[in-house]
Design a protein around this ligand. Structure first.
Ligand code: GRG
Length: 278
C-alpha cells in the first residue's frame, strides 16, 4: 500500500460535506489495488519527478474507476454482491445511494483534477483524457458493447477484444496518458497507447481466468460472475491452458516494449511484475 497516496486520498476527500454519500464514497474507495494510480506514478518517477505531483490526477482516475465498479455491480448491470472484499455499495447501503455515490465520484473527480496545482495547459490536456476515456467513446462504450453481447453464445474473439479494449483498456490508457502529459512526453504517444492496450488486455484476461479459478477471499468478489450473466469470455472460447499461453505472450510483449524506452522504466517494470504475480 502506498501510504502517502492513501493519506492524500482521505485528506483530500475529507472536506466533502458530511452525508451518507460521503460515507459511501469512503466505503467504496477502500481496498482498491490502485493499479491505475501506481501506473501514473511509475511514469512520473521514471522521469525523476516526485510522484506527489500526480496525486490529484491519480485520485481523479481512481474515483472514476471506483464509480464504474459501483455501477457495474448494480442489479441492472452485473448484479454482483461483493466488491473489494466487502459487500458492494448497493448491498451495504441501497441502490439509490449506490447510483448517487457513483455519480458523485465521477463528477467530483473533475473537481479534484481541476484543482491540481499545475500549468493550465497540462491540466486541460489531462481533463480531456479523463473525460474522453471515461465517456461514450471510452469505458461507457465498452460497457454498452458488453451488455449488448450478453447471452451471445457464438461471440468471436475479436468482438471480445474490442469490448475489453474499451471497457477495461480505456482507463489504463488514460493512466498512461496522464503520466505522459505530466512528463511532457507527448512525442512518445505511440508507446503509451500500445502499452495501455496491452495492459488492458492482460488485466481482462486475468480477470476472466480468476473468475473461473479463484475464491471470494482471493478475489474480493464472487467468482463465476460471467457464467451467471451469460457472458462468454476468452476462457470459454480457448480454455484455461490456451488463455494462460496468450497471457504469457502479452506479458512478453509488454517487457519487450519497455526495453526500448529512453526514460527509466524500472518503476513501470515493477508494476507489471506485480500484475504478473497477482
Ligand atoms: C458501469 C460505466 C460502467 C462501467 C463499468 C470497469 C467496468 C466498466 C466494469 C468492471 C468489470 C470488470 C470487473 C472488468 C475486469 C477488469 C477490471 C476493471 C477489474 C477491476 O479492476 P481492479 O482489479 O479493481 O484494478 P480494484 O478493486 O483493485 O481497483
Amino acid at each position: 500500500m502506498n501510504s502517502n497516496f492513501e493519506y492524500y486520498l482521505s485528506n483530500r476527500l475529507s472536506s466533502i460535506t458530511d452525508s451518507k454519500i460521503k460515507e459511501a464514497i469512503f466505503y467504496a474507495l477502500k481496498n482498491g489495488k490502485r493499479f491505475r494510480p501506481e501506473l501514473i506514478f511509475s511514469i512520473v518517477k521514471g522521469f525523476y519527478h516526485q510522484e506527489m505531483i500526480a496525486y490529484p490526477y491519480a485520485l481523479a482516475l481512481e474515483m472514476i474507476h471506483s464509480y464504474s465498479l459501483i455501477h457495474d455491480d448494480l442489479p441492472c448491470m452485473d448484479n454482483d454482491d461483493y466488491r473489494r472484499g466487502r459487500l458492494a455499495v448497493h448491498k451495504q447501503f441501497d441502490e439509490a445511494i449506490a447510483i448517487l455515490t457513483g455519480d458523485a465520484l465521477l463528477t467530483n473527480a473533475f473537481v479534484v483534477a481541476a484543482n491540481a496545482v499545475d500549468d493550465e495547459h497540462t491540466k486541460l490536456a489531462i481533463i480531456k483524457e479523463l473525460s474522453h476515456y471515461a465517456g461514450v467513446e471510452g469505458m461507457i462504450y465498452g460497457q454498452l458493447l458488453d451488455i449488448e453481447n450478453e447471452n451471445k453464445t457464438d461471440i468471436e474473439l475479436e468482438t471480445l477484444q474490442k469490448i475489453n479494449d474499451y471497457k477495461t483498456g480505456a482507463l489504463f490508457k488514460c493512466a498512461l496518458f496522464i503520466g505522459m502529459h505530466i512528463c511532457k512526453d507527448e512525442k512518445n504517444y505511440q508507446f503509451y497507447d500500445r502499452l495501455g492496450a496491452l495492459i488492458g488486455r492482460i488485466f481482462q484476461i486475468q480477470d476472466d481466468l480468476f473468475d473461473k479459478t479463484k475464491s471470494l477471499a482471493e478475489m474480493g468478489k464472487l467468482g463465476n460472475s460471467d457464467e451467471k450473466n451469460n457472458k462468454k469470455t476468452i476462457v470459454d472460447i480457448l480454455g484455461i491452458d490456451e488463455t494462460k499461453k496468450i497471457l504469457k505472450n502479452e506479458f512478453y510483449n509488454v517487457y519487450k516494449l519497455l526495453n526500448d524506452q529512453a526514460f527509466d522504466t524500472t518503476y513501470l517494470r515493477t508494476i507489471i511484475e506485480k500484475m504478473e504475480n497477482r
